[in-house]
Design a protein around this ligand. Structure first.
Ligand SMILES: O=C(O)CCC(=O)C(=O)O
Ligand SMILES: [Fe+2]
Length: 383
């Protein structure tokens, strides 16, 4: 999409939806995903009428599908558009150039994964992507838990001017919004603010993906027939924030197991709950299962999206807190048990997730110590 057509799209959208009844699903007449106005929440005045209204809406959104939109978030449209332009330019590069920053080169699981090289729910995903995180120094192999190697530097493409700056600015802005929502969630859940936020000390985790989903009828990329851009899964972290373009394809599994379309709404972010919040609240709030389907579209229009994942520091032992304000939810999910949170320590889960998804990278840098049933770093081979 060019910048011009992006604005035309927003213009047409706003004129065709006089109020935000979207994404009410007319075909299936099912639950709609709520839209929350983030500007109502005043961080410094959490007891104001406006903040309270936001918190009530947030509680409802978290208790229902656990997936919602936020509008009036403060991230400029220009930055959103510039970010999409940058990632589109990257994915257009010849494959040899994209592979210069291949994920396999990074023990920190940062970099480019080519189409179909990632696995979710035992299937190859129909997407290509760049994985990023906070740019951090590497840690020595000795005397560090294996998951500590998830920290490290990013691999940035050299070909697209301003790529790193634009994407870093977007990631920072999204993380900032994520932290505001986190703060609001802590209030909603009546957690001790300090205790809750201490899970997110200065070393909290930020991970991000820049993704391209080729159309199902794309004659060049020919996605696999199962038609899943990414298979059913729950996000491992605490919450995810997603910027998606106008194509659509993201689907959310409702409490009754039915799949709902999370239709694109211009200038909004989608927020969803991850597994940490599920464990922390003993399943009072459930991480929502979701997937992306590749659509068959005229002109083989590809879909682009940018999810950002916020999580506690890798070392955090995830506590379990009893909430007396809500009841446990029944969980209907297509995700298999062995694909879910397995360990009390957050980093073990995040590492496990990357290892399941990226076998080649995992085998390059890690091995399974059978005796200890633990993944460990292979020693570095010096030439
Ligand atoms: O691209 C999307 O819309 C969602 C991606 C996603 O769920 C993920 O990468 O965890
Ligand atoms: Fe996800």
């Amino acid at each position: 999409m060019t910048t011009f057509s992006f604005y035309i799209y927003i213009f047409i959208y706003l004129f065709s939806h006089t109020h935000f009844s979207f994404p009410f699903n007319h075909k299936k007449m099912t639950i709609s995903l709520p839209i929350l106005d983030l500007s109502k929440y005043q961080l410094d005045q959490p007891d104001s009428a406006s903040s309270k209204e936001f918190l009530k809406e947030l509680y409802d959104a978290m208790s229902e599908v656990g997936f919602f939109y936020i509008c009036n978030h403060g991230v400029p449209l220009e930055l959103q558009q510039k970010s999409f332009d940058s990632i589109k330019s990257f994915f257009k590069l010849p494959i040899e150039q994209k592979l210069e920053i291949e994920l396999k080169k990074s023990p920190h699981f940062r970099g480019y994964s080519k189409l179909n090289s990632e696995t979710t729910d035992y299937k190859q995903d129909n997407r290509e992507q760049i994985d990023l995180g906070r740019d951090q120094p590497t840690v020595p192999i000795e005397n560090n838990p294996t998951y500590a190697h998830l920290r490290g530097p990013n691999q940035w493409p050299r070909q697209i001017p301003g790529f790193k700056e634009t994407i870093t600015e977007l990631m920072d802005s999204m993380a900032e919004i994520g932290l505001i929502i986190l703060n609001a969630m802590a209030r909603v859940l009546e957690f001790n603010q300090e205790e809750f936020m201490s899970l997110f000390g200065k070393d909290y985790g930020v991970r991000c993906k820049l993704i391209r989903y080729p159309a199902l009828n794309n004659p060049i990329d020919k996605p696999l027939d199962h038609g899943l851009g990414v298979g059913p899964h729950k996000d491992t972290g605490f919450l995810a924030l997603l910027l998606q373009d106008e194509i659509g394809g993201l689907q959310v599994q409702a409490q009754n197991g039915q799949w709902l379309d999370a239709e694109p709404i211009p200038d909004t972010f989608i927020v969803n709950i991850g597994e940490i919040l599920e464990r922390l609240t003993r399943q009072t709030f459930v991480a929502t299962t979701h997937r992306v389907i590749n659509k068959s579209l005229e002109n083989y229009a590809d879909r682009f999206s940018i999810p950002l994942f916020l999580s506690p520091s890798l070392e955090t032992k995830i506590p379990q807190i009893d909430l007396n304000t809500a009841t446990k939810r029944k969980i209907v999910s297509d995700v298999k048990q062995d694909q879910l949170l397995q360990d009390e320590i957050y980093g073990v889960n995040e590492l496990g997730g990357f290892i399941r998804s990226h076998k080649e990278t995992a085998d390059t840098w890690y091995y399974l110590n059978q005796e200890q049933n633990q993944w460990q770093r292979k020693p570095l081979i010096t030439p």
